[in-house]
Write a protein that binds this ligand. Structure first.
Ligand code: BTN
Length: 273
């Protein structure tokens, strides 16, 4: 498919892969013939072989008023993780989306993206990944996917970008030292996975149902009551135990001094002890 989009003319070279993404976007959700795209506009898609960060690229476009769209890179040279960290970006799916206006789903975009990844991987591979609060997807105790949701101001509107990185192979020579013990991958068709994730994410934003999200997110939680964790904030580290997920998908924890706290995503990072 070639045609004018927010990205200009698609290159013929990427055509087959591009068509696979569109085919996956258009295929029924969970085998149900329901038309996902009746409630939300189907995004335009662009695939590039290499970029700095797909999130950064889409933030520029979002500020300029671009419509919801997907950008997929084979490789990122400056992949971004949460809290200013880098994100190793070779041999996987690096997908960012300018999202449809989320309305009341805005505080839950990261959670919705995590559920979309988990369900897409499960649907395509039969594996059963879990979600490590708040933005990581784990498979068999190791990190399979990281999610970074950001927002920018475009005129009077706030625009949301979801960035998703899924490891689909082990690079030649293995994962970098810093992540080799904690990273894993799943074998999966990259373009189909991108389409499945985006389809679920766009659908769940357009048809936001908080109770359903809390149910599916909690069911998939990697962290269980009683798990011992280190809560890492800019102000320092504290030892805690996991209590539960709240109805707003904050993580309720119990500190050694007897206090409890409902952690909200923001600046918090967790390490399992
Ligand atoms: C994390 O694990 O801390 C979040 C990682 C998010 C990585 C994805 S890959 C696609 C998008 N582009 C980026 O630069 N980051 C996100």
């Amino acid at each position: 498919m070639t045609g004018k989009s927010v990205f200009g003319y698609h290159q013929a070279m990427s055509e087959t892969n591009l068509e696979k993404v569109y085919a996956s976007l258009e295929s029924p959700l969970n085998g149900k013939a329901e038309n996902v795209w009746k409630s939300v506009e189907k995004p335009m898609v662009k695939i590039v072989s290499e970029t700095g960060s797909t999130n950064e690229d889409l933030k520029v476009l979002a500020r300029e008023g671009a419509s919801p769209c997907l950008l997929i890179a084979d490789k990122q040279n400056a992949g971004k993780g949460r809290q200013g960290r880098g994100f190793f970006s070779e041999g996987g799916l690096y997908l960012s989306a300018i999202l449809p206006s989320p309305g009341e789903a805005a505080p839950f975009v990261t959670h919705l993206a995590a559920v979309a990844v988990r369900e897409s991987v499960a649907y395509l591979t039969g594996e059963k990944p879990l979600i490590k609060w708040v933005n990581d997807v784990y498979l068999k105790g190791k990190k399979l996917c990281g999610i970074l949701c950001e927002s920018v101001q475009a005129g009077k509107e706030r625009r949301y970008i979801a960035g998703i990185g899924v490891n689909l192979s082990v690079p030649e020579g293995g994962f970098p030292k810093e992540i080799e013990k904690i990273a894993t991958f799943v074998r999966c068709d990259k373009e189909r996975l991108a389409g499945e994730i985006a389809k679920r994410l766009f659908y769940s934003i357009a048809n936001f149902n908080k109770e359903e999200l809390v149910r599916s997110y909690s069911r998939a939680s990697y962290l269980k009551r009683g798990d011992e964790i280190t809560v890492i904030k800019p102000s320092g580290e504290k030892q805690a135990k996991v209590l539960s997920l709240t109805n707003d998908l904050a993580l309720k924890v119990f500190y050694e001094n007897g206090e409890t706290e409902d952690l909200i995503a923001g600046e918090v990072h967790l390490r399992l002890r």
